[in-house]
Structures are given as C-alpha cells and as structure tokens.
Design a protein around this ligand. Structure first.
Ligand code: GLY
Ligand code: MN
Ligand code: MN
Length: 502
C-alpha cells in the first residue's frame, strides 16, 4: 500500500522525545459501546445486492476518494464519491481514502470496507498528521465502530493491496475509476500483470472495440440510482422542506440585502447559513441573480446589487448530512409585486412548467417532459412576437430550434446525492429512457431575455425567469416534493408579504 504523504507543515517545531513519551498518557478510554447503525444501513444491502447480481464472480472496487487540496496545505471539506456513499450509507466527512470491495463468492459477493482507523494516542499520526490525526480532525472511528455504523465488515487499508492480489489471475477486477486515480493506477497495473497471454492474443485479434470494464461499472452504479428507495425519497423530501425554510429566511432578509449593496452575496450568505445549520451545506453553488444577471444561467459570481423593481432568481438547495440535495429555483419580485411585463414572462414559464408536470408520469419518456415544456415556450414566444418563425417551425429541431435562444437548457435532470444525479447512465436509460415510479427529477423551464437582445421588445429586456421543482414519479403520476414553496405570481406575492410583515 503506497500511502499518501502526511501533511506536515514546515512551520512545525520538531517533537522532543519527552513529548512523544508524554502525549499518549492519561487519556480516558474511548467509549466501550459501539454506535447505532446509520439509518441508511437498512437499505444499503439491497443496493449492494443489485450491483452484485450484475457482475457475478468479479471483484468490484468502489473507492471513497481522498481529500482534495484547496490550496497549499489546506483541503476542501471532505466528501466521499457519490457511488461510495450510496453503497455504504456514509455521508458527510466519511471516510477519506476508504475503499469498498465486493469480493465474489459462490452465490454473490461479500463486502469489506477498507479504511484508515484511528491511530493510538502515542502514535505520531495522533498529534502530527493534520489530515488524519485526532488532535487535528477530531475523533475518528475504529474498525469495529465503522463496522457497527455501516453493517459492513471493516479492515485496515494496509491490507487492501494484498487482498486485491489474492487470486488475481483468476478474478476479474473492476474499479470505479474516477473516484481514486492512484488506486485505479494500481488496479489497472494489477489487471495487466495478471492478464493471460491468451486474453491478450484474443484482444489483439479482435477488431471490435473492447468494452471498458471500469466504464461498465461506473454506468451500472450510476443507473442503480435512477430510482430511489424509500429512505432516499424521505431524504429528498426533507432536503426540500429544509430548503423551503431557507428560501423563507432569504425573503425575510431581502430588505437588508437591498440596503447593504452587493445584495446577491447577502442572499447567497443567508441561504448558506441555513444550509449549514439545517443540513450539511448547499448542494451546489447558489445562484443569486438579480435583474439581467438572471439571464446568465450559471450566475454564481453573485456580486451584484439588488435593485427594487427587479426580479431576483434564486437557484439553491440544501444538502443533508446523507448528501441528498434539493435543487429549487424561485424568481421573486424584489419589492414584493411583479410588474406587468415580469408577470407576463413569469406566467409563460409557469404554463411551461405545468405542461412538464402533466407529462411527468410513469411510462412516459424522460424527454416528454422537456418536449411538453418547450412546446409552451415556443408558442408563448411566438405569441409575444419574439420568435422570427412559427412555433411549429421552431419546434422542428433539425431545421429550426430558434426558441432555444431564450431557453438553451434542458427542462429536467435526475436528482439525488449528486445535484445532476446518474450522470454516467446510458443515454437510452436516461435522456431516451422511460420514467418509472421512484425516479426523482427536476422540472425547470425558464425564459431569459437579455438586456442587450435586440429581438426582444424593450419592456421584456433584462427579465430572466426560471421555476424549478423537485418531482417524485409515483405509481399514478407525480408528487412535487418542493410544493411548499409558492409558484403562481399571486401566491408568491402573498407568501412574500406574509413573511415581510410578520
Ligand atoms: N442548479 C443547477 C440546476 O438547476 O441544474
Ligand atoms: Mn436543476
Ligand atoms: Mn437548480
């Protein structure tokens, strides 16, 4: 096992022998009782069994990934790879450099979680290692403790390479390659070393492109998350409910955000405060886009003022400790009342979203939701006299597509541990796939009329509107998990007034 270099600052004074003898003494023992299993631990065996079924007889390696340097000797807050989190139930902060291995057996796979357990208090790691030492990062789990939390057998990471080398000549190996490049390089080398001459000859003779075994595993792990189990639905329900609280807190502070200047940052900050307090963090960088900034789809610079009379588009979601995140957008009038022009644009987007909701039913195509929403967008653009061709001509994407100038993005994506979940799923199972009960998708049409767009009537210039909700596909339709936030212009105005007057 080649170990990552511990981060030792060049500012650190060397430790004396007296200190080394002294540091391990007179500490109370660690708790004798093991922790309760994580709530997710009741669900992860079924998820691992589903992967096991797809790859019988093969050794499957799913790393959590390591800490990522933010700058110099400072790391980003740790986040495990989403596929690792899904299969182990581990979320916030756990567990840097851990590796889940599914070892083939006669009738499935046995899971082992390899990681670096806490070091004894007299070990140098305890006091001198800023990445792993308990004096630096707080109490870390023992093998037994992490095993009790996850319901998975645990082993020390030092044993991993030897275990992977066992029967390597007879056991196919697959690794989730993007999670841990260093381990992936070792696994690829091990695979090459044990590939038989016969296999090499077969590959050389084969004109056909070889399937990439690791890409197939990544696809399978991503597709496994296309439908959510009961626990995941509950997590996303909670992520939406808490995000709605944070949106309300933002509205309550809008007057302050206007007063201070650089109000977009203030909005981002208020949402972030509640995200850290009610969950783990924001699930992605908050977009707080006032006025024309709303027409920049990923406006995360958020350094603008808030000008009363303008709209503010807020695209934000709270991620829970389990890493499931909401992804919600509301577009609000800063002074509490939509102008006529703002309302007109808003209603067109709302009508498109309603069409998307109607299309989001089990058995429909994923792409039907977008098709339904953009049909409304194209017709409304034509009705406003903005579209230079007919709606029909524009909706023919091969020869038209002009409406995309004002809504260039898609209407939906899967949502879960990643805000854009299941990204490695095959096109036929995602973009061209069928909606099924238990899927959770966003429905998020928009219209963006840039201030310098000469095709747009002047009264609409600088208006950008998106409405985004998180939607569970149910047995007979769908459920809007973010429905606690108002969507119609009248309901938005009433909601804002109630918050600002309370
Ligand atoms: N917040 C990113 C998105 O809506 O997809
Ligand atoms: Mn989204
Ligand atoms: Mn969003």
């Amino acid at each position: 096992m080649s170990e990552k270099q511990p981060v030792v600052s060049n500012r650190q004074t060397p430790f004396s022998e007296a200190f080394k003898a002294f540091i391990g003494t007179d500490w109370a023992p660690y708790p004798a009782e093991l922790p309760e299993p994580l709530p997710a631990a009741a669900y992860t065996p079924a998820r691992r069994a589903a992967v096991s079924k797809l790859f019988p007889g093969e050794r499957l390696i799913v790393p959590a990934g390591g800490l990522k340097v933010r700058s110099n000797d400072t790391d980003f807050r740790y986040r495990p790879h989403s596929a690792f989190a899904h299969l182990t139930g581990l979320g916030t902060d756990r567990e840097p450099d851990a590796v889940l291995v599914l070892e083939p057996t006669d009738d499935g796979h046995d899971a082992t979680l390899y990681f670096k357990p806490r070091a004894p208090r007299d070990a140098e790691e305890f006091y001198a290692n800023a990445r792993y030492g308990e004096m630096w990062v707080g109490q870390r789990p023992s093998l037994d403790e992490l095993s009790a939390l996850c319901g998975i057998r645990c082993a020390a990471i030092e044993e991993l390479d030897d275990d992977l080398a066992k029967n390597a000549a007879d056991t196919a190996l697959r690794i989730l390659a993007d999670a841990d490049p260093e381990l992936t390089a070792r696994v690829v080398a091990l695979r090459a070393e044990h590939q038989t001459g016969q296999q090499q000859a077969a590959e050389a003779a084969d004109d056909q492109e070889q399937a990439d075994p690791d890409a197939e595993l990544a696809t399978a792990l991503s597709e496994l998350r296309l439908t959510k189990d009961e626990f995941e639905v509950e997590q996303l329900r909670q992520a939406c409910a808490r995000s709605a609280e944070a949106f309300a807190a933002v509205v309550a502070d809008l007057p302050e955000a206007v007063r201070r200047g650089r109000g977009e940052r203030w909005v981002e900050g208020i949402f972030g405060l509640h995200a850290r307090h009610l969950g783990n963090a924001v699930g992605y960088d908050t977009i707080a886009a006032s006025g024309d900034h709303a027409c920049t789809l990923h406006w995360i610079r958020n350094d603008g003022d808030l000008n009363p009379g303008e709209l503010i588009l807020i695209d934000a979601g709270i991620e829970l400790d389990t890493l499931y995140t909401a992804d919600i957008t509301r577009t609000l009038p800063l002074n509490g009342t939509f102008t006529e022009a703002q309302r007109e644009v808003y209603l067109a987007v709302l009508e498109a979203q309603q069409a998307g909701f109607r299309a989001a039913v089990p058995g429909a195509k994923f792409s039907d939701v977008h098709a339904a929403a953009v049909e409304v967008i194209a017709r409304r653009l034509a009705g406003l006299g903005i579209l230079p061709v007919s709606a029909e001509e524009s909706l023919d994407l091969e020869t038209g597509g002009q409406h995309r100038r004002w809504m260039v993005h898609g209407t939906s994506h899967h949502l879960g541990i990643d805000v854009h979940d299941c990204a490695q799923a095959l096109r036929e199972n995602y973009r061209e796939g069928t909606l099924r009960e238990g899927m959770i998708i966003t429905i998020e049409p928009g219209l963006y009329f840039k201030a310098d767009d000469l095709l747009v009537p002047e009264r609409f210039r600088g208006i950008g509107v998106r409405i985004e909700d998180d939607v569970l596909i149910t047995a007979d339709g769908n459920e809007n998990l973010s429905a606690m936030l108002p969507r119609t212009p009248d309901d938005v105005e009433t909601w804002m007034r109630n918050i600002l007057e309370s």
